[in-house]
Design a protein around this ligand. Structure first.
Ligand SMILES: *Cc1c(COP(=O)(O)O)cnc(C)c1O
Length: 412
């Protein structure tokens, strides 16, 4: 069929998630397709930030740790995230950066599987995961090794040497989804523990960590959970592993009694041990606004819309820009694709800059990938139509050839 604007307008009229868009501060005339890098701002985040800065910090000062439950924030928000990723209360805390949490998670998993020394990872994964594991293993000594594999060899490389399989469920560049349930089961049969990174899953699709019997997991809140720039990440440890190992960043917030100020470290009970130091209260309070919005959404409806948005974007691009040599890097199969579409093109960088200039905000990932993230809470179907019309105009007019679009910025 040939897609028309009216087709997309009709889909918007029938969209059960349509009412969420008004809850986000979006720039008029701009189509924001970068929620997989930095989610849009919930309107209510502004009032919440003002309240925390003026009242809780400004007026109540130190009393706020008790009066406004600042001390409980990592747990309270952790429990809300838990409800989005198939975990129970008390299995998740919201704290620190993803990479730091991965360090704690992989270290914990290695301690739980002490006779083995290999961590298996996908080499093409977001590099900080590799860097963090390399840093951890360099502390543990020469007999520890990382084994990098790619998806095609994944299962055959999971063997009796491997202590920990550490994978990102949705690939940050291609958007392809790994089968969490099947891989976890397979790896556990081989005697491995599995650490999942949910950076591109949480708030993008339904996740069922306990349903998959996952061991540990991490993820961020500033992408699909709309928590704000640099908002704290999260870490999940399945209840069956609580109190069986000690995470290495043993700061006072993870102590069993931080306000006893004892000389020696004594790990806290359960998930509390995963905290290290004083929490980023301003970021946590603002992040909760975005997480609350996500908790109010039906995750099955969200997944359905996400698949439709990405599918129609791919098909409309085929229709409007098919002659320009873009290759689809993301899976065409709805079930295997997360909430983003990645295309490759030799001139990807200047094309993306020209798109951004035209108000279609995606991003570029070296060497040649254009990424478009779709956030079902605030992207509409007609956004797809509008974005592809501007895309087509840039290609038809060769607008991207202008010199200004070839200057590289620090953040792409
Ligand atoms: C976004 C992302 C991160 C971010 O890590 P930070 O430590 O929070 O900066 C890590 N891993 C993956 C797979 C990501 O997509």
């Amino acid at each position: 069929m040939t897609y028309t604007k009216a087709f997309f307008e009709q889909l918007d009229k029938q969209d059960p998630l349509a009412s969420f868009q008004a809850k986000f501060a979006l720039n008029a005339g701009e189509i924001y397709l970068d929620g997989n890098s930095l989610g849009a701002r919930p309107k209510a985040a502004l009032a919440r930030a003002q309240q925390v800065v003026e009242q809780e910090w400004g007026q109540d000062l130190i009393r706020s740790w008790n009066k406004h439950q600042w001390f409980e924030l990592p747990y309270r928000i952790g429990n809300k995230i838990a409800s989005l990723i198939g975990a129970q209360d008390g299995e998740v805390v919201c704290t620190d950066a993803t990479g730091l949490n991965l360090y704690k998670a992989v270290s914990t998993a290695l301690q739980l599987n002490p006779s083995r020394k290999v961590v298996l990872m996908e080499g093409s994964n977001f590099p900080t995961n590799n860097y963090m594991v390399q840093g951890l293993l360099s502390q543990l000594g020469d007999d520890y090794q990382v084994r990098f594999v790619e998806e095609a060899q994944l299962l055959e490389q999971i063997d009796e040497q491997v202590a920990v399989v550490c994978l990102t469920q949705v690939h940050y560049k291609t958007g392809r989804v790994l089968d969490m349930q099947a891989i976890t089961e397979y790896a556990q049969q081989k005697g491995c523990l599995v650490v999942w990174d949910l950076c591109h899953s949480a708030g993008a699709l339904p996740v069922d960590l306990n349903g998959a019997n996952a061991d540990l997991a991490v993820g961020c809140t500033y992408k699909y959970l709309n928590g704000g720039p640099g908002s704290p990440a999260f870490i999940f440890v399945a209840k069956r592993h609580h109190n069986r190992a000690q995470q290495p960043l043993s700061g006072w917030w993870g102590h069993s009694a931080p306000f006893d100020f004892k000389r020696d470290y004594q790990p806290g009970f359960g998930i509390s041990q995963m905290l290290s130091g004083t929490q980023a209260i301003l970021s946590l309070t603002v992040a909760e606004v975005g997480i609350d919005l996500m908790c109010a959404a039906d995750m099955q409806a969200l997944r359905k819309k996400s698949q439709a948005l990405t599918r129609y974007f791919i098909e409309l691009l085929d229709q409007e820009c098919g002659q320009y040599g873009f290759e689809l890097v993301s899976p065409r199969d709805d079930e295997k694709r997360g909430s983003q579409v990645a295309l490759s093109h030799a001139q990807g960088y200047p094309i993306m800059q020209a798109l951004i200039d035209a108000g279609v905000i995606g991003d570029f990932r070296a060497p040649d990938i254009l990424r478009f993230g779709f956030a079902p809470l605030y992207n509409s179907y007609v956004d797809i139509w509008e974005a592809v019309q501007r895309f087509k105009s840039i290609m038809d007019n060769e607008h991207w050839r202008e010199a200004q679009f070839n200057q590289r910025h620090a953040v792409t």
